[in-house]
Design a protein around this ligand. Structure first.
Ligand code: NAD
Length: 499
């Protein structure tokens, strides 16, 4: 699909794409895709106030009716799946198959949210007092501030937006400055759904297009009760204390350093396949990318040699081409960070396989790399750090108890997995003494979650949970109601107060 065709199908008109100062480059070839107008910092306050005014109305719409809007939005996504997937690929560089997967995830999220809009349940609780009833009710929070990263430019937004909207909130979204086009496209699709729903000029979501300063404006604004921020742990470290200082709430989805244990009983065919997708898919630029593999010493040589062979035959190249499995890194900084990390790994005793730049002549302004495998004796400082590039550290282990400790011995706690056919190992890995991550899988890789489960991680990953299960509760406030239908006023705990 030609660029212009994609833009026009997503209603990205020439004026929007050519009149601003924020230059968007495609990681595919470094070509300039657009010049977009940034939101002036001075507009942020008014935008947040407008979103708050809209919230006062939207919160009164019954939740199942709010779900009706998300149903229409899901229809728009179904109709525009192909062009939005192409735009995701053009702007963030993931292969088209994964771009399609990302849009499918948004569609799944819409379906989930529509159902949920009839299930925002609270409990009824037995009261200890005669003639009394207790219950809990859930209410929307207000304007939700969304900050999102470049690598899942549309799905992360949809996880948040679909739930926040059916819960009765309005949104101000600051997408990554590296991927504003996909954000504008999503806004257009939401606008279309909102018009079909019968509301004029989308009051429910506003965009802040630009960099960190706009994110900071959201974070410090007291009219935003919840900041949902996805990105690096460094960003979370800035955001969390600022939001806490004004007693706001944070939903943080930050960096990962995801591990896999491959036990002696593992099905090596499955494990190899899972390692390949998890370590090199999205060119190592997923929060759930596999970065640390602990392989039992009895199978280590076989598995690592096989992986090296497969790494050599990986199709690296233009992510729009059907056969490509590994697209480009997002930009030059990312490439430089990868090379610096490989140098550090070498200095810390790592044996490096791959990691070099390729296709430089064809794409002098883009950064394609061979994914790297680093054989390293132990978890040195480099292994403890998330470098957002396809670097897989492989380490030998002898003993299951020891490897569990090693697995958890990093600051991040997002995703993890074990390949084993030993039920004791599998269950232990998922138990209180096992993986300390928010996601712990058995016989599948750490990457590629379904929307039905709560997604998120512990420790420096930030503790947030999004998408499935009861993540919707993050976007609502809970009230406990006690109703007295008796003619007396008994006090709780049997306290007598005869005034
Ligand atoms: P980033 O932290 O550089 O930027 C993310 C967003 O935060 C951007 O919109 C950016 O403008 C904004 N931002 C940066 N500093 C800010 C500040 N001080 N105040 C307010 N906003 C600020 O991350 P990135 O490079 O776009 O994405 C990659 C990172 O995101 C990786 O660490 C990856 O693991 C993480 N990530 C996590 C998840 C998850 O669900 N846990 C999902 C995707 C990506």
């Amino acid at each position: 699909m030609a660029y212009q065709q994609i833009f026009s199908k997503l209603n990205l008109d020439k004026h929007t794409l050519t009149t601003g100062s924020l230059i968007v480059h495609s990681p595919l070839d470094g070509q300039e895709l657009a010049r977009i107008t940034e939101t002036p910092l001075s507009d942020a306050e008014t935008i947040i106030q407008t979103a708050h005014a809209a919230f006062l109305e939207w919160r009164l719409v019954p939740a199942p009716k709010r779900g009706g809007l998300i149903r229409l939005f899901g229809e728009e996504l179904r109709t525009h799946k192909e062009e939005l997937a192409h735009l995701v690929t053009l702007e963030c560089g993931k292969i088209l198959e994964e771009g399609r997967g990302e849009v499918q995830e948004m569609i799944d999220m819409c379906d989930f949210a529509v159902g949920l809009s009839r299930q925002l349940y609270g409990l009824t609780i037995a009261s200890e007092r005669p003639g009394h009833r207790m219950m809990e009710t859930w209410h929307p929070l207000g304007v939700i501030g969304l900050i999102t990263p470049f690598n899942f430019p549309v799905a992360v937004w949809a996880w948040n937006a679909c739930l926040a909207l059916i819960c009765g909130n309005t949104l101000v979204w600051k997408p990554s400055e590296k991927t504003p086009l996909t954000a504008l496209a999503c806004q257009n699709l939401l606008n279309q759904a909102i018009t079909r729903y019968g509301i004029a000029s989308n009051p429910l979501q506003h965009l802040l297009i630009g960099g960190q300063k706009l994110g900071e404006a959201l974070v410090s604004n007291p009219n935003i009760p919840l900041i949902s921020a996805t990105g690096s742990s460094r960003m979370g470290q800035h955001v969390a204390p600022k939001v806490a200082s004004r007693f706001g709430q944070c939903l943080l989805e930050l960096g990962g350093n995801n591990g896999m244990i491959v036990a002696p009983s593992a099905d090596l065919k499955l494990a190899t396949h899972a390692i390949l997708f998890s370590a090199v898919g999205t060119a190592g630029q997923r929060c759930t990318t596999l970065r640390r593999a602990f392989i039992h010493e009895t199978i280590y040589d076989t598995l690592v040699n096989d992986l090296k062979k497969r790494y050599q035959s990986l199709a690296i190249g233009n992510p729009l081409a059907k056969e490509t499995l590994v697209g480009p890194l997002i930009d030059q900084n990312s490439y430089q960070a990868m090379q610096a990390t490989l140098n550090q790994a070498h200095q810390e005793g790592g044996k490096i396989f791959g990691g070099k730049r390729v296709l430089e002549e064809t794409y002098p302004h883009a950064y394609y790399v061979c994914p790297a495998i680093v054989e390293i004796p132990q978890q040195t400082p480099v292994v403890q750090t998330e470098t957002f590039a396809p670097i897989l550290y492989v380490m030998k282990y002898k003993n299951f108890e020891e490897v569990l400790t090693l697995h958890n011995d990093v600051a991040q706690g997002l995703s993890s997995s074990i390949f084993t056919n030993d039920i004791r190992e599998a269950e232990t890995f998922m138990s209180a003494q096992g993986s300390d991550c928010g996601i712990a899988n058995v016989n599948i890789g750490p990457s590629g979650a379904e929307i039905g489960g709560a997604f998120g991680g512990n420790k420096e990953t930030g503790g947030g949970r999004e998408s499935g299960s009861d993540a919707w509760k993050n976007y609502m406030r809970q009230a406990t109601n006690t109703i007295n239908y008796s003619r007396d006023l008994p006090l709780a705990q049997g306290i007598k107060f005869d005034a």
